[in-house]
Design a binder for this molecule. Structure first.
Ligand code: ARG
Length: 470
């Protein structure tokens, strides 16, 4: 290799790959082709990948150690220029890879041209993007841990507070506040494990796959993989440069997580309304109305309800970009990044906002208890009592209870307000003992099956999660 080509590219042609081009691209071609506007976010990963590559090229004798040293140090200078905001990104240089390399050449001269030995932008972008997505998995995992802790504190505080449990948003059975909060801890724990699984699977290094076929240089892919914190190098060079399934897994896990957030967001919107008054949201997470002075709008919750739309949109977009692409790399794949960047930013912001809202919200314990007792919420307890005490088949017990509910509804009272005579007019076996099962406190205390809402079970689960979350 000579230090510089004898025939530099014609004026206007790309300095990096313009050897066979007589003219430069159309301005609109530059606009559609360039990714620097967004892939500059990969600068730290790009420089880390290049430094690992250069060190490996020296260790394997492909580069002299003095060239590798100049490259390694020059790359650190580029890094600090970018971090200080002193770097002039150029659209003509297309992407982050060529921007960094071109600046490196300005700083260290000829050795910069040797950095791209045994490498292509195809494996370069694959490794940069994997490193970036891997960091986002870590960020999601710690964001989820913080949110789980916020739900857990709520659960611990109100382990035995009764509230109505709903199906179809109709009163179903009384449950405990702690149980409801822990339902979200379970969902978020599964979300977390999805990011952990995805991270494990993506943690293989594509660097060294080169353009698509591998390289004839005696590179050490295990060395670069280890230097960048990967478990191992990827085993097939074609696959290495052509798949973005790791990004799709991240987006899929993000979508499921955002869906969970949207469900609690919706509950907060309902619960904080004047009609429900189950919770009070802190002023920090609500806004006022410019015309209606009484209003306190749950804007953060509403936005959190909406964010899945955006994240799922990115997921669908990337699936659609990748669908039907013949192996290996195609420029279509440059469209992967903006989707993932936006989805990741959205998810991290959503997790932080939800954590703040959950930490700052306060449950109206009395309102929850009153509401728990309304809507014939202990009708199932009555039916269960008829089965246990009178040995009625459950279907018959259900029928008797339904008749009693209709009677109470007609009278405009709750089940415990019916007299024993009224009860016995529907089934003569009913005794005074029935009243002991009609209270909401009794109702929740009785649901001691594993995973049930009884305060005893909730306290056990709180203790389990406290150990798990540390
Ligand atoms: N900017 C490109 C991308 O993000 C980098 C890879 C370009 N490779 C190529 N052969 N043109 O996909």
């Amino acid at each position: 290799m000579t230090n510089s080509p004898n025939t530099p590219p014609k004026s206007g042609a790309n300095q990096m790959w313009g050897g066979r081009f007589a003219s430069g691209p159309d301005a609109i071609m530059t606009a559609i082709n360039a990714s620097i506007g967004f892939d500059k976010r990969l600068y730290a990963q790009d420089i880390a990948g290049s430094r690992a590559h250069a060190a490996m090229l020296a260790a394997t004798g492909i580069l002299t150690s003095s060239d590798a040293k100049a490259i390694g140090e020059g790359l650190l200078t580029v890094l600090s220029e970018i971090e200080a905001g002193n770097f002039a990104f150029s659209t003509a240089l297309e992407d982050i890879h060529m921007n960094v390399e071109s600046r490196l050449k300005e700083i260290i001269g000829a050795p910069a041209g040797r950095l791209h030995t045994a490498r292509s932008r195809n494996d370069q972008v694959a490794v940069d993007f994997r490193l970036w997505v891997r960091d986002q998995c870590d960020a999601a995992i710690s964001g989820l841990t913080a949110l789980m802790q916020a739900f857990l504190s709520q659960a611990e505080q109100g382990a035995d507070w009764v509230m109505p449990g709903f199906t179809h948003l109709q009163t179903a059975q009384p449950v405990t506040w702690g149980h409801h909060m822990l339902a979200y801890v379970e969902m978020l724990a599964r979300d977390k494990s999805r990011f952990e699984d995805a991270r494990k699977r993506m943690n293989e290094c594509p660097l060294g796959a080169a353009a698509l076929a591998g390289t004839s240089f005696p590179i050490d892919r295990h060395m670069t993989a280890a230097a960048l914190g990967f478990d191992r190098p990827t085993a097939n060079s074609l696959d290495s440069v052509s798949d973005r399934d790791f990004a799709l897994e991240f987006l899929s896990a993000s979508s499921i997580c955002a869906m969970h957030l949207s469900r609690f967001a919706e509950e907060l919107v309902i619960w904080s309304s004047a009609q429900f008054r189950f919770v009070k949201l802190s002023d920090k997470w609500t806004t006022g109305s410019s015309i209606m002075p009484q209003k306190k709008n749950p804007d953060a919750a509403e936005l959190l309800r909406a964010k899945l739309g955006r994240i799922l949109g990115a997921t669908v977009a990337l699936f659609t970009i990748m669908k039907g692409l013949a192996l290996t790399y195609s420029k279509d794949m440059q469209e992967d990044k903006e989707q993932v960047f936006d989805a990741a930013d959205t998810l991290m912001l959503a997790l932080a906002a939800m954590t703040g809202m959950v930490s700052d919200m306060s449950a109206n314990r009395d309102v929850l208890a009153t509401s728990a007792a309304s809507g014939f919420s202990t009708a199932t307890d009555l039916a269960d009592w008829l089965v246990r005490a009178l040995n009625l088949p459950f279907r018959d017990a259900h029928h008797v209870t339904g008749t009693l509910v209709a009677m109470a509804e007609k009278k405009g009272c709750d089940l415990p307000d019916l007299s024993i005579t009224e009860m016995q007019s529907v089934h003569d076996g009913i005794t005074q003992e029935v009243y002991s099962v009609l209270g909401v406190e009794n109702s929740v205390r009785s649901r001691t099956s594993y995973g049930g809402t009884s305060p005893v079970r909730v306290a056990e689960q709180v203790a389990r999660w406290k150990t798990l979350l540390g």
